[in-house]
Design a protein around this ligand. Sequence first.
Ligand code: ASN
Length: 310
Amino acid sequence: MMTTNLNQESEISTFQTSDQIETTLRVQTEVLKSIHDFLYRKSLIQLMPVILSPITDPLCHPVYNTQIDYLGQKFQLTKSMIFHKQIAIATLDVNGIYIMSPNIRLELSDLKCSGKHLTEFTQLDIELKGATAREFMSLTEELMIHIFRRVEKFCHDEFPDIKVPRKPFSIYNSWDLREEYGNEFGSEISSLEDDLFWITDFEREFYDKEDPDRKGHYINYDLYYPEGFGEALSGGERDYEYETLVRKIKERNQDCNHFEPYLRFAKQGKLVPSAGGGLGIERLIRFLTKKKHIREISLFPKVPGEKIEF
Ligand code: ASN
């Protein structure tokens, strides 16, 4: 027999669809198709996502723990597939891989109003064997141009103002920008620019390659959107030698035990040079459709600090 729970019924629903969500999802469908077409043509191999693993990205900013104890083993939900990407590229006889990778990052609630953070999102994660930063950046520029062209062509009626970016994108160094704009240089310069651009050389996670000739500098990059929309992609060339990885983990006061299977693989000399990055899909759709808050591009948004209904 069906019973009615009056308390539940009288609760205010937080499930609201934004205006024209269908149009936004149509853009997303075009974007996903264009990504697969482009990477297929470049002969990259698609892997399925890993969501549960004993190891995941430590990230370079604080988030809540997602540890799950299951049948005597401890797992985390994927924050990014960086280690799996490095292991995959070293194991497979391929030039490059990609994954449409769901990430769970239980961000602190102060990011509720950033407009660009979701606790559950998807990134297009790419890794290229033996590639330099420049080679990865060039591929990414071609990919973005391909995506924007397709949306311009197929969604013209709804979004007549799509501006296809031009190659090569401008490149700024984070040290110069910090000197000019202070610590919030990323959002400052994003507001000033009118086309996609790169920022290079960030001190962050241990797996991004440190410049062997300039300690404290890194061969890594972030791709940024203009008009204040902020970061699109982050990545870098990778460190892969066991001693270097262990030194950098210790320098960051992290615990080598948290990365044990990955470090064991590295100790056996099995990791190889690579470069890659992760492109946030929801942020890309937000930029293309010019939505104020990232919540507006998802049917089931998970915004830090907001009640999750579905
Ligand atoms: N996916 C990024 C990378 O490949 C890492 C991240 O998302 N934190 O470098």
